[in-house]
Design a protein around this ligand. Structure first.
Ligand SMILES: [Zn+2]
Ligand SMILES: [Zn+2]
Length: 76
């Protein structure tokens, strides 16, 4: 069984999607942010042909999604 890629950073429960990521346990919304595996800059998400790519403005290149570090941040 593969673990969920979208779990709450606080309680590890699987997040729902209601336009944003939502944790029913914490009653909080989160947004998913990708960070560059090479320089730790926040990546820009590009939507192309149904698949997302991640671009680092600091390295000035696309990063493979499998290498991107994702962090969920609380949305107020
Ligand atoms: Zn939670
Ligand atoms: Zn970078």
């Amino acid at each position: 069984m593969t673990s969920s890629e979208n779990s709450c950073p606080t309680c590890n429960q699987e997040l729902d999607w209601d336009g944003q990521y939502h944790c029913g346990g914490c009653e909080r919304h989160y947004k998913k942010i990708g960070f560059c595996p090479d320089c730790d800059a926040e990546l820009e998400k590009l939507q192309a042909c149904g698949s997302a790519s991640y671009f680092c403005n600091s390295c000035n290149e696309l990063k493979s999604k499998s290498r991107v570090k994702f962090v969920f941040k609380t949305v107020d």
